[in-house]
Design a binder for this molecule. Structure first.
Ligand SMILES: [Zn+2]
Length: 330
């Protein structure tokens, strides 16, 4: 059995050609390496704060393995508080595994793939619905592909214990999870409410879930993880996190495949995130500047609302809502 030793902090920088990445690594005795990413999108402060809080908690704690924390994965987007980089318009979550000689965002993705993800044993990527969106707090993983990697990813999602989990049969290209899958590294991602608001209960759930995964992976003993969670997460667990948990099976979770607005206008939402909807249900009405009805955005299948635009003014083609398959008990 591995004896955990007090984690030593070793920070390092990774040059990308433009912005440097600041990596905070906590290293104890021999054991697995877990990579924790925040800020892949610059308008999602929840993951940045959660990653920093986990990094802050682990210094000096008995750790069997290493936790490599990149709290701000896309510095130019973070500095602009925007989803994409103002330097090249790049969305880091569409740029993996990256290209060392590509445009700036592709170089950031390549640097993360090689110097941060590297030969890690697990990736945890913390997101939220961003400035203009809303999502329920959930944990997602790739259930398709290599069955051994998928089983490890599912185990991490179970340990994270979000009230809602999304088991994807496929994930679109360019994601950090895509890069992890190519390297045979199990991975989970987490989404939260977004909208420019950081909810303490969700931030706490991200920290608590990450600590629980570190315990499940053997880096922390269960008592230490529970003690750190008790210190660092003052809010009560989210409803569902301790009892009836749900899983959505299938679908890619790709916001690029959301229902979109057919024309510019103002959205009047008719559902909430996390709500169950039946086939044909109206998710939102689109009206023009004079309040005249333009179209109903509807769902073509039964399911649960996983994303809803909260910014009312839309341009033609803007993502309005994403409905995932009906969840089951998990
Ligand atoms: Zn994101």
């Amino acid at each position: 059995m591995t004896v955990a030793t007090a984690a030593v902090r070793a920070s390092f920088r990774v040059a990308t050609g433009d912005a440097d990445l600041e990596v905070d690594e906590l290293r104890g005795s021999a054991g697995p390496t877990v990579v924790l990413l925040g800020g892949v999108h610059g308008d999602e402060p929840e993951g940045v704060l959660a990653a920093r809080r986990v990094a802050g908690l682990l210094g000096g704690v008995a750790l069997a393995g290493a936790v490599r924390v990149l709290a701000v994965a896309h510095p130019p987007a973070h500095a602009a508080a925007a989803r994409c980089s103002p330097a090249d318009g790049g969305d880091l979550a569409r740029a993996f595994p990256g290209d060392r000689s590509g445009p700036p965002t592709a170089r950031v993705a390549a640097a993360i793939s090689e110097a941060v993800l590297g030969d890690a044993d697990l990736l945890i990527d913390l997101h939220s619905a961003g400035r203009v969106g809303a999502m329920p707090l959930f944990c997602g993983f790739l259930a398709g592909g290599d069955p051994v990697v998928a089983a490890r990813s599912q185990a991490a999602a179970r340990a994270f214990a979000a009230p809602l989990t999304w088991a994807h049969d496929a994930i679109g290209p360019g994601r950090s999870l895509t890069a992890a899958a190519q390297r045979g590294i199990p991975a989970i991602y987490v989404e939260a409410g977004g909208g420019g608001e950081v909810r303490g209960v969700e931030l706490d759930a991200m920290v608590r879930g990450t600590l629980a995964v570190l315990a499940a992976w053997g880096l922390l003993d269960a008592e230490t993880a529970a003690a750190l969670a008790a210190i660092a997460t003052p809010s009560a667990p989210l409803a569902g996190a301790t009892d009836a948990r749900l899983v959505v099976r299938g679908g890619s979770g790709d916001l690029d495949r959301s229902r979109v607005a057919a024309a510019a206008g103002t959205l009047v939402t008719r559902v909430r995130v996390g709500e169950r909807v039946a086939s044909g249900a109206t998710l939102a009405d689109l009206v023009d500047d004079r309040g005249r009805w333009l179209e109903a955005v509807t769902t073509a299948h039964d399911g649960i609302v996983m994303f809803l635009r909260r910014e009312a003014r839309v341009a033609a083609g803007d993502a309005v809502a994403l409905v995932a398959p009906v969840p089951e008990a998990w």
